[in-house]
Design a protein around this ligand. Structure first.
Ligand code: GLP
Length: 249
């Protein structure tokens, strides 16, 4: 397994940001998938800082979001669309045609998912996918119990996240909220994956993801089977694993 443990948060962010920058520089027309959350925000802002300093070409790269919240306006600050725009897309000067997102609202999410995955395929497939890790082992909105070969579709939201979004958007109890996400099957088709996890709150699930059986109880455990997945951790997230023995696996 390819595991990197960063010495501190700054090194963690720089290492992750470099995967994105290196991909854009090596392959200007690359298709790169991004995740939202506490872990990736600083990484995204750092990519913009590096771009401000080095001014590499971003006119042909396509970015897409791994997942999206449904039932809210995409302008809502917690929608993945707005988070990614604010954190990285606008800063890199990416135009609308090079930023693919699943919609927050639709009468036909299945058709939207087909369109989204079809467009990614048409552009050559996923060159690099940056994945965050849910504390329960979820990837995107693929929660525990998701079939390991599931494809893009709608999903339920974990109750804590749902309660927060309802509060922030003043969404009434009767109005459904949820998520729409790339499935585990499309995730596994990415040519290169970087899973990023930091903080002691991720230590237990990192151990399950890397040392436990590959199981739908821990969707991220499927990454053990990916031929080119890099696991980037900080010391706190790596606290419960024996790195040397895993590296030899
Ligand atoms: C959310 C997102 C995921 C993300 C995960 C981790 O559930 N839907 O795509 O990877 O959170 O978030 P954090 O980095 O805040 O722990």
């Amino acid at each position: 397994m390819n595991i990197t443990v960063a010495a501190d948060r700054r090194q963690f962010d720089i290492t992750a940001a470099r995967y994105i920058v290196d991909m854009i520089c090596a392959r200007p027309q690359a298709v790169i998938g991004l995740s939202t959350g506490r872990t990736t925000g600083n990484i995204h802002r750092l990519v913009c800082d590096i771009h401000n300093n080095l001014d590499f070409d971003t006119s042909r790269v396509t970015f897409f979001g791994l997942d999206e919240v449904t039932g809210v306006d995409r302008e809502y600050a917690g929608a993945c669309y707005t988070m990614l725009r604010t954190e990285i897309i606008d800063g890199l000067g990416i135009d609308e045609d090079h930023f693919l997102m699943l919609p927050t609202r639709s009468d036909d999410f299945s058709a939207e998912c087909r369109r989204f995955t079809g467009e990614i395929k048409r552009r050559g497939g996923i060159d690099l996918l940056i994945l965050g890790l849910g504390e329960n082992g979820h990837l995107g909105f693929n929660q525990p119990g998701s079939a390991l070969n599931c494809t893009a579709g709608t999903a339920s939201m974990d109750p804590v996240l749902e309660a927060r979004i309802r509060r922030e958007t003043a969404t009434p109890a009767g109005v459904p909220l949820g998520g729409v996400t790339l499935g585990l099957r499309e995730i596994m088709h990415a040519r290169r994956i970087v899973l990023v996890a930091n903080g002691g709150n991720k230590a237990a699930i990192v151990r399950e993801m890397l040392c436990g059986p590959v199981s739908s109880d821990v969707p991220a455990s499927i990454l053990q089977l990916h031929p080119a997945c890099q696991f980037l951790l900080d010391r706190d997230a790596a606290a419960l694993i024996d790195i040397e023995s895993l590296r030899n696996n």
